[in-house]
Design a protein around this ligand. Sequence first.
Ligand SMILES: CC(C)(COP(=O)(O)OP(=O)(O)OC[C@H]1O[C@@H](n2cnc3c(N)ncnc32)[C@H](O)[C@@H]1OP(=O)(O)O)[C@@H](O)C(=O)NCCC(=O)NCCS
Length: 170
Amino acid sequence: MHANYPRDSRTVLTDMVLPSETNPLNNLFGGELLARMDRAASIAARRHSRRITVTASVNHVAFNQSVPVGSVLTVEAAVSRAFKTSMEVYIDVWMEDRFTGEKSKANEAIYTFVAVDDTGRPTVVPPLQPETELEQERFEGALRRKQLSLVLAGKMKPHDATELKALFTE
Ligand SMILES: CC(C)(COP(=O)(O)OP(=O)(O)OC[C@H]1O[C@@H](n2cnc3c(N)ncnc32)[C@H](O)[C@@H]1OP(=O)(O)O)[C@@H](O)C(=O)NCCC(=O)NCCS
């Protein structure tokens, strides 16, 4: 199986924030942002694997900045590492200034997707080859995040999380 680059899966969704998608402070409702990120990340995972993909876990979400109604929001997702059947997808969210058009980072998140066959059974995905410095950095951290996610889900014993343990012992 030949490797894909993160740019092969890069998915960009741009949309406005409507009043029906906001909280009582007229800022984007968190659940709406999670759904937008899930949609973009799912397409990225599908582009990498060319398979049906399902969300296995949401490993990290940072709601750093509120997003007011009327904002133009861009959700950018790309696979940051592929394992055997699972893929880590990194999502960056940008907000566009309505007067200058300048983009600022609003949020980021990390999701895990699993490629499955028609019966829902996990299936092997192509490897990922990072190209840029940022892609390399995200690639290297992904195994540690996978182990943390598995430990928190009760699917891995902390003792077996070698990458995670190395953080505290090195
Ligand atoms: C995701 C799913 C396919 C995993 O099935 P499973 O029986 O746990 O399969 P496995 O144990 O073989 O795990 C498959 C891969 O997922 C990874 N995985 C499973 N749970 C994970 C978690 N919580 N965090 C990170 N990775 C996880 C495993 O490490 C494995 O990765 P690898 O093959 O790349 O090493 C299954 O749990 C599922 O279908 N869940 C429902 C998905 C869904 O409907 N999502 C939408 C929710 S609304």
